[in-house]
Design a protein around this ligand. Structure first.
Ligand SMILES: O=P(O)(O)OC[C@H]1O[C@H](OP(=O)(O)OP(=O)(O)O)[C@H](O)[C@@H]1O
Ligand SMILES: O=c1cc[nH]c(=O)[nH]1
Length: 199
């Protein structure tokens, strides 16, 4: 039987794991259905993942939607490096959308864009992503999907689709692992001392 940490988030097998592989899979399937319901299908929609882990989540969601709808939806990735307000500019960092099939000519104009990221915290990454998108063209609309919303927004940004709301303190850290790059699927919460020692 799960116990509960302060703030209400259930603790599963390990005290720090707040989503395991099955929980992530179920959350993504639910979000895929919510996207289809809100947009009445996928006509004119594209999923855009924010590097790094948002890209893999976007691809998974696109695959779920293809399985449910029987037709493909574009899955692209967005590099926002040059739009961040908290890191120095990397030389040559470029804006731009690249589709999963390598197509760099994807046109956001008049598309309903569903931005995907793993964690939503202050909202600054999403602000940067919206600026980057707008520089690529004029989408009809932008919606936001995140695997984890941990609160503490510093900008007026609200997600349309959330895998899990996790009340956190500012000292805690949410760490998302995805099979494609980390070897397994899980979401962990690290408490202050664990975050310090990297445990
Ligand atoms: O709402 P915010 O305060 O912007 O925080 C959320 C962002 O922080 C993490 O990215 P990070 O900058 O650590 O880079 P990464 O995705 O390469 O790990 C996470 O992947 C989100 O993109
Ligand atoms: O806890 C956090 C905050 C921002 N980004 C993360 O990946 N985790």
């Amino acid at each position: 039987m799960p116990s509960y940490r302060e703030g209400g988030a259930p603790v599963q097998d390990s005290p720090n794991i707040i989503m395991d592989e099955a929980a992530i899979r179920r959350a993504l399937t639910r979000i895929a259905h919510e996207i289809l319901e809100k947009n009445k299908g996928i006509e004119g929609c594209a999923i855009v993942g924010i590097r790094t882990r948002g890209v893999y989540l976007a691809r998974r969601i696109a695959e779920r939607i293809r399985e449910i709808e029987g037709s493909p939806i574009a899955a692209c990735e967005l590099d926002i490096t040059r739009y961040r307000d908290d890191r120095p500019l990397a030389d040559g960092a470029a804006a731009g959308i690249v589709c999963s099939d390598g197509d760099r000519s994807f046109d956001v104009k008049d598309k309903r864009i569903i931005l995907f990221d793993d964690v939503l915290y202050t909202g600054r990454t999403i602000r940067a992503a919206m600026d980057a998108l707008m520089d690529c063209g004029r989408p009809q609309s932008i919606q936001l999907a995140v695997l984890v919303d941990r609160g503490h927004r510093e900008l007026p940004i609200r997600p349309d689709y959330v895998g899990k709301n996790v009340p956190t303190s500012k000292h805690e850290q949410i760490e998302v692992s995805l099979t494609e790059i980390d070897g397994d699927d899980r979401v962990m919460i690290k408490h202050p001392r664990e975050a310090e020692v990297g445990g």
